[in-house]
Design a protein around this ligand. Structure first.
Ligand SMILES: [Ca+2]
Ligand SMILES: [Ca+2]
Length: 235
């Protein structure tokens, strides 16, 4: 259980009259400093995360997986919204994995069809404290992201008949402990914010009453960045 300590410093002053070189001078003087220390057990609250992702996500709270998109990333068209409930006490760290659909490590989709293309990603999320009904966290440019799957690096392979040999990728493992509270994300990039038109929001997006503060985000490249890890701290 998380514990927090609140320190309230109370400074008591009084006016002091002193005689300096025959003159009376009034000064304030600190006569007491008290410390009121309240020790409280971090109260647990229930939160609901609402997420719409193109195309898939997983949600971690303080390093614990609390839910994921119910439609597999192997599903070519997956634009559903999800609601995930969890309990936490403040402060907590949101970690998310977001994946754009790709048919394989070429980074392409609809391979071999007339629609063979580089797909794009994008997602939006908001977190409501159910005891107050207030949205306490939401995706914004303050979120930190880290790209672990990029393809194709050479976008000229988009219409290739042999994309698996032509398309180049940069793929890495998830950094150890990346969703933990203590992980240092200071070198991760801030999110880029996108319009609804740029992301092409659809199925499920309009089922959620989005806070005006919640924004569609992704890394700096909607198309070739296919898997992005995200972190945000809720105080
Ligand atoms: Ca997509
Ligand atoms: Ca893509």
């Amino acid at each position: 259980m998380f514990k927090s300590w609140a320190h309230d410093w109370v400074i008591v002053k009084k006016l002091v009259c002193t005689k300096v070189n025959g003159k009376l001078i009034w000064q304030t003087a600190v006569i007491a400093t008290t410390t009121a220390t309240a020790t409280t057990t971090g109260q647990k609250f229930t939160f609901v995360a609402e997420v719409w992702a193109d195309n898939w996500f997983a949600l971690y709270i303080n390093g614990v997986l609390v839910g994921q998109d119910s439609v597999s990333i192997k599903t070519e068209k997956s634009f559903n919204a999800e609601k995930i409930s969890f309990t936490a006490s403040y402060p907590f760290v949101i970690g998310m994995v977001t994946k754009d659909f790709i048919q394989n490590d070429t980074g392409l989709e609809y391979i071999g069809s007339g629609r063979q293309q580089i797909g794009d990603g994008g997602f939006i999320a908001q977190f409501t404290n159910t005891s107050t009904g207030k949205v306490v966290a939401y995706t914004s440019k303050a979120w930190r992201g880290y790209v672990i799957h990029q393809a194709p690096l050479n976008v000229s392979c988009e219409k290739s008949k042999t994309p698996t040999t032509e398309c180049k990728s940069r793929i890495q493992a998830e950094p150890s402990g990346w969703s933990q509270k203590t992980f240092d994300d200071s070198k991760w990039s801030f999110a880029s914010v996108y319009t609804k038109e740029a992301v092409g929001v659809k199925d499920g997006y309009n089922d959620i009453n989005w806070s005006s503060q919640a924004q569609l985000i992704w890394s700096s490249d909607l198309k070739i960045d296919n898997t992005v890890l995200w972190r945000s701290t809720v105080n």
